[in-house]
Design a protein around this ligand. Structure first.
Ligand SMILES: Nc1ncnc2c1ncn2[C@@H]1O[C@H](COP(=O)(O)OP(=O)(O)O)[C@@H](O)[C@H]1O
Ligand SMILES: O=C(OP(=O)(O)O)[C@H](O)COP(=O)(O)O
Length: 626
């Protein structure tokens, strides 16, 4: 793929002349506003820093060098990284918008979603299946070779699914011979001649490779051998960092979303839309502690919350109902109290079941409807009771949007007893759909119950993999999505950027007005300097400066460095010896309000790409990662 994209649509200005007297030269072209603000800004930043209590930052008074961050020394934040309340989904590259002529004669790899194409009950008429098949058929018609890759359960309904049987299933779905290709287990990149045999191939089952889950760069590189364009069509894996979805974007000249991926992203946006009011969330499932951040967000956006699964018992415990300790989840009480407090603060109803179908622990157990306050008497809830369903029905009757996320399910070894609470919730929701209420269904069990019970033709937004939605609700970025960021240049022509692109590279993230970069570049002619800055105007001005001064070792790209650092820097032919991050937004006190430049995605990419003995520098203060 030879397409070169300059993200600022500016030519690379290199006229061969040498750049002298850097500081004054910079001040000549730097915007007057930037000049006068610069000192002030640092002072303000310093003050903000002191104020940021609890943040693990300390001042050093000047530029400090930190030894290369060792992977083992990083203790990643295990809580949620809130990066703004709105999703800020990146504008991804899509197959639909990818120039057809760029596909011609190319080898394209499709990472498909086995839960769609190899599902036990495959419905060829479903939108997901037809979109997934369309991606492959479209590529068969436009590209030269198609390589399919996925992970799948080795056994489905006691039938062993080896690569050959999956090839056969795919052959019959696509009405085209799919040939199995065995190259991953040998660990050697395959030769292009191997592709002469057919038009479409299937690689081995990725679930057999630990390097896939560990996102090993060598494995991503192996996967991408001979691949010109990578198409990700497995949206349900977007919350995970896999070699075949995220790592591969480092090695593929172009990465785009397939038709099914694009449609799922659209669906996700519809699910999260909060325009219609009143908006009620029906929340099922367990693990209130792990979902605390997501629940806080739902409570902050909804006009009412109804708990229908194990989480309801944790909330009820915090509301001082007597709940047997065997039904309480570890570390659940703080999260439950926070959810209740947030709901009270917003004066929105928080509904827990008023009664349950329960079994007792006596021999030959009985099943009965028991009011919520009697749960402590040896009764074990197995389903929602009729009063609970009636209350839900009346609360929902006037709402205009409902999200149902998570199963109506209680922890019980007697779950085979079918009292059908989930079906009754689905019937309530279906009646709302018929009355023009916008419906979003999230999670496998909620979706399958809804499909079974739906009598209306009204459409619902559906996301089967609840984890993706929970992650977004927690405020996390989806790594699978970031890997398809449209801002990713297909390929940077480094020979246009630098006179000698083999020199060691220094990257300044958030290069702003370029002062630092120009200063360094004039002093160290033996290194190249790259500024990554999100503000396009500043970048244009910096590129003008490069042009006017003829500096041979400085270059700037307008981009969101957080999501594109990996893709841009990984294609640099030389070593990355220094990454400098100056004054990253220190406003830790109110993370929800601000876009955080330094986050897990960026730190991981820096750690991965920095040369051995490379350094990370912070201006004014040092961000302690441990
Ligand atoms: N994700 C990002 N990618 C590239 N540059 C960024 C990003 N976020 C912020 N910047 C740039 O980094 C510089 C410092 O940003 P920031 O710490 O937010 O300070 P300020 O409060 O001065 O904007 C600014 O020039 C800003 O435009
Ligand atoms: O919908 C859900 O599960 P499901 O897809 O099995 O029905 C849950 O919300 C998923 O939450 P979990 O990821 O904590 O199991």
């Amino acid at each position: 793929m030879d397409r070169t994209v300059n993200p600022v649509q500016a030519p690379a200005f290199l006229n061969g002349s040498v750049f002298y007297g850097c500081p004054s030269a910079i001040l000549r072209w730097a915007h007057p506003k930037c000049r006068s603000c610069f000192g002030k800004r640092l002072e303000l930043t310093r003050r903000r820093l002191f104020a940021a209590r609890g943040a693990r930052l300390y001042l050093r008074g000047d530029l400090v060098a930190v030894d290369r961050v060792k992977k083992s020394s990083i203790e990643y934040e295990t809580g949620y990284l809130c990066e703004g309340k709105s999703e800020n989904f990146p504008h991804i590259q899509t197959l639909k918008n990818f120039p057809k002529e760029e596909l011609s004669g190319k080898v394209v790899m499709v990472r498909f979603d086995s839960s769609i194409l190899l599902g036990e009950k495959l419905d060829k008429n479903s939108l997901a299946v037809s979109n997934a098949l369309f991606t492959v058929q479209y590529l068969l018609a436009t590209a030269e070779k198609v390589i399919l890759v996925s992970d799948w359960k080795r056994e489905v309904s006691s039938k062993l699914l080896d690569s050959q049987s999956v090839s056969d299933i795919l052959s019959s779905l696509l009405r085209r011979k799919v040939v199995s290709l065995k190259c991953l287990s040998c660990g050697v990149p395959f030769k292009r001649e191997l592709l002469e045999e057919a038009d479409i191939f299937l690689l081995e089952n990725l679930s057999g490779f630990r390097k896939e889950v560990a996102n090993c760069p060598e494995f991503s590189e192996l996967l991408s051998s001979e691949v010109d364009v990578f198409v990700n069509d497995s949206f349900s894996l977007s919350h995970r960092v896999l070699a075949s979805t995220v790592g591969i974007s480092r090695f593929s000249p172009a990465c785009v979303a397939g038709f099914q991926f694009e449609e799922s992203l659209r669906e996700l946006k519809r699910v999260l839309n909060t325009d219609k009011r009143p908006y009620i969330a029906i929340i099922g499932g367990a693990n209130i502690h792990g979902k605390a951040a997501a629940l806080k967000r739902l409570v902050s956006e909804c006009d009412g919350v109804v708990f229908v699964g194990m989480m309801s018992l944790q909330i009820m415990h915090a509301l001082e109902y007597s709940i047997p300790s065997t039904l309480l989840e570890p570390r659940s009480s703080d999260a439950a109290v926070e959810v209740i407090q947030s709901a009270r603060y917003r004066k929105i109803p928080i509904i827990t079941p008023k009664d349950f179908w329960c079994i007792n622990d006596s021999p030959g157990y009985q099943i009965e409807v028991i009011p919520a306050h009697r749960l402590g008497e040896g009764w074990v809830p197995v389903d929602l009771g009729p009063r609970s369903l009636d209350e839900m029905d009346s609360l929902l009757s006037s709402c205009k949007k409902v999200i149902w996320i998570g199963p109506v399910k209680f922890k019980s070894s007697h779950s085979s007893i079918c009292t059908d609470g989930a079906s009754k919730v689905a019937q309530i929701v279906d009646r709302l759909a018929q009355r023009n209420c916008e419906i979003a269904i999230v999670g496998n069990k909620a979706c399958s119950t809804m499909i079974k019970e739906s009598r209306s033709s009204a459409s619902c937004s559906v996301i089967e993999n609840a984890s993706v939605v929970w992650e977004v609700l927690k405020g996390r970025k989806l790594p699978g999505l970031l890997a398809l960021d449209r801002a990713f240049p297909f390929k940077i022509d480094w020979t246009m950027a630098y006179r000698n692109p083999a020199q060691p590279l220094v990257v300044d993230i958030g290069s702003g007005n370029g002062l630092f970069l120009f200063g360094m570049a004039s002093r160290r002619k033996d290194q190249n300097f790259l500024g990554l800055e999100v503000n396009k105007k500043l970048v244009r001005r910096c590129l003008d400066g490069v042009h006017q001064s003829g500096i041979p070792n400085g270059f700037f790209i307008a981009t969101n460095a957080t999501s594109t650092f990996r893709s841009i820097v990984s294609s640099y032919p030389g070593e990355v010896v220094l990454v400098s991050i100056q004054c990253p937004n220190p406003d830790f006190n109110n993370p929800e309000q601000r876009w955080r430049m330094v986050n897990r995605t960026l730190v991981e990419a820096v750690v991965e790409l920095l040369a051995y003995n490379g350094k990370v520098k912070h201006w004014i203060y040092h961000l302690s990662i441990s």
